[in-house]
Design a protein around this ligand. Structure first.
Ligand code: ISL
Ligand code: CA
Length: 580
């Protein structure tokens, strides 16, 4: 079958922050998405990953689903969704849905029924008596094990009605499903079929490597997510993925991209090795965590050498990668790896070049690129003043935990600012009108609009040929024309603390098995600093001369004393044989 997902560029929409249209209530909706499809197409997008629009009480912004087969009224109706599929198809855009199946909402019918110990739904979830159950010594109740959760809190919630605890690796409003129960797998198969029949072209599978809990024994002591060794990338998990592929997905022209928590390369190989028929590709986190401690919570010094090392490992280790620098759980990439230091409300002088340099990085790697809404215009982290403006359930969990261990408030705020998922969730900045064109003036958006919207917005960039947006368009068009940028192998060339250089090369026999000759080779250099950097002599020969694309706009890379220089925050692409 034609693996079209390797040929297209994907765009992630976080519906509540994308475009508010109907009803105008400060929350983005499906009609809003439809109204922007032409802009998405214009960028060169061929796949949309739609974050959840299903019915949900919204404890985790839709990642807590109470009905998988209906649309939440805040986003619209099933008819709107069908329209979206139709309108996207007209523009040759495929839509993949978010499949959140590790847990449901506690307001899902299954869970409500499951609270009755005699219900046939009891085994849909993971219920356990207290650890010290039956001890008549008056000691207080103890949770079944010592695990800790992803949102920095407990994973066991006592349910008075049940007389037992239930497991929730995320919020207590997100009880984990029990994948040892085959009925649960059958339910998931039905949900998948429902959406594939409606027109979905596949799924982004939420936390898909932690769904199967092999045992509920105590975990090894660990500063974060204690207990993970009992449920991460387990054999039972692999079996379920193979079953879903064999019994559902293989009947459709579709693909899956798994979000895989704390995955390492060996686990990833098993999860997306083509012959094992589990996932088509996966999102890993390691590249975004090179300058973070404890997952992504505490900042540490950036080192480009480490970045190239991580990229090389994944680029060469997997047959195909899902490429991304931002999503709704991560901070904005220009604020993270780029240059965003603000002077007043206007962005720094290197904001634009660094955002373009990062675009070069994402779009010159091997894999399917996923661009997160707003990334294409260089949106930055939020500028909120206090935790009161933050909505993210994870940030509040982190704040509570830090308070408990007496971390002073200035430090708590510093770390929350550096990690909060709300950084990327602020409303899309469409234009310079009040509320950035996300919603009408006078309506309060569900989350604050970044005050830099007068400088950073889509409308302004659309009409400016030198904008980040137009740079993304150019890069996408370049990639779409080039077999080498899509399928060529990745070869690291050089790195120091602030710069990386690599090569993309198409061998005579591509990994798709067809023969190519005389194809082009690309050399890419990326500077992650405000200083000019000289390239070492050995690689200058690849870079000197005509530049195909530079984030600073220059066309020639001169070589003084046989050393080429990369400018501050510059990304350059040099092509040795021009594309025909
Ligand atoms: O990014 C993370 C760890 O570094 C976590 O914040 C994140 O929760 C984890 O990656 C899983 O994310 C997914 O599942 C969560 C949901 O809150 C996230 O939005 C989703 O992407 C639970 O469904
Ligand atoms: Ca709305």
């Amino acid at each position: 079958m034609n693996q079209w997902w390797k040929e297209r560029i994907a765009y992630q929409i976080y519906p509540r922050s994308f475009q508010d249209k109907n009803p105008k209530d400060g929350i983005g909706d499906i009609e809003g998405i439809i109204s922007r499809l032409d802009d998405i197409k214009d960028l060169g997008i061929g796949i949309i990953w739609l974050s959840p629009v299903y019915k949900s009480p919204g404890a985790d912004n839709g990642y807590d689903i109470s009905d998988y087969l209906s649309i939440d009224p805040i986003f619209g109706t099933m008819q709107d969704m069908e329209n979206l599929f139709r309108e996207a198809e007209k523009r040759d855009i495929k839509i993949i849905m978010d499949l959140v199946i590790n847990h449901t909402s506690d307001e899902h019918e299954w869970f409500k029924k499951s609270r009755d110990p005699k219900s046939p739904y009891r085994d849909y979830y993971i219920w356990q008596p207290p650890k010290n159950a039956g001890k008549a010594n008056g000691s207080s109740r103890q949770p079944p094990n010592n695990w800790t959760g992803f949102f920095m809190g407990d994973v066991w919630e006592w349910d008075e009605m049940s007389g037992e605890y239930y497991l929730h690796l995320f919020d207590k409003k997100q009880p984990d499903l029990n994948y040892k129960n085959p009925k649960v797998v059958d339910e998931i198969k039905n949900i998948m079929r429902f959406w594939l029949d409606k027109g979905a072209a596949g799924f982004r599978c939420d936390v898909i490597n932690i769904i199967y809990k092999t045992s509920l024994e105590d975990g090894k002591k660990s500063p974060a997510v204690c207990g993970i060794e009992h449920y991460k990338s387990q054999e039972g998990n692999h079996e379920i993925l193979r079953k879903l592929r064999k019994e559902v997905l293989s009947e459709y022209d579709c693909f899956t991209v798994g979000e895989t928590v704390m995955v390492d390369i060996d686990e990833a190989k098993l999860l997306c090795d083509e012959s094992r028929k589990e996932l088509d590709m996966l999102f890993y986190f390691e590249h975004l965590e090179i300058d973070r401690r404890i997952a992504r919570f505490i900042p540490k010094k950036f080192n480009a050498k480490k970045l190239l090392e991580v990229l090389t490992k994944w680029q060469q280790g997997l047959e195909w990668n899902a490429l991304y620098l931002e999503n709704h759980d991560q901070v904005r990439i220009v604020s993270h790896f780029g240059s965003e230091k603000k002077t007043g409300t206007s962005p720094s002088k290197h904001w634009q070049s660094s955002a373009k340099m990062l675009a070069i990085m994402e779009l010159t790697l091997r894999g399917t690129p996923f661009i997160f809404q707003g990334q294409e215009i260089g949106m930055t982290n939020f500028d909120f003043k206090s935790i009161k403006e933050v909505n993210d359930v994870e940030s509040h969990g982190l704040n509570r935990l830090m308070k408990k261990i007496f971390i002073p408030s200035f430090l708590r705020w510093k770390w929350i600012k550096a990690s909060s998922r709300d950084n990327s969730r602020t409303p899309m900045q469409w234009d310079s009108s009040e509320n950035a064109g996300f919603t009408s003036p006078g309506i309060k958006p569900w989350l604050g609009v970044n005050s830099n919207y007068t400088h950073i917005n889509y409308a302004q960039q659309k009409s400016d040929s030198t904008s980040i947006l137009n740079f993304y368009k150019k890069l996408i068009a370049l990639r779409q024309k080039s077999e080498c940028l899509k399928y060529g192998e990745f070869l690291p060339l050089h790195a120091d603390k602030k710069m990386i250089c690599y090569q993309r090369k198409l061998n005579t026999c591509t990994d798709r098995g067809d023969t190519k000759s005389g194809a082009e080779t690309y050399f890419i250099g990326l500077n992650f600093s405000s200083n000019k950097i000289k390239l070492p002599k050995e690689i200058t020969k690849y870079f000197g001369g005509e530049i195909l694309l530079s984030s600073t706009g220059r066309k020639i890379l001169s070589t003084k004393k046989s050393r080429a220089e990369i400018l501050p925050w510059e990304g350059v692409i040099v092509c040795r044989q021009p594309i025909q």
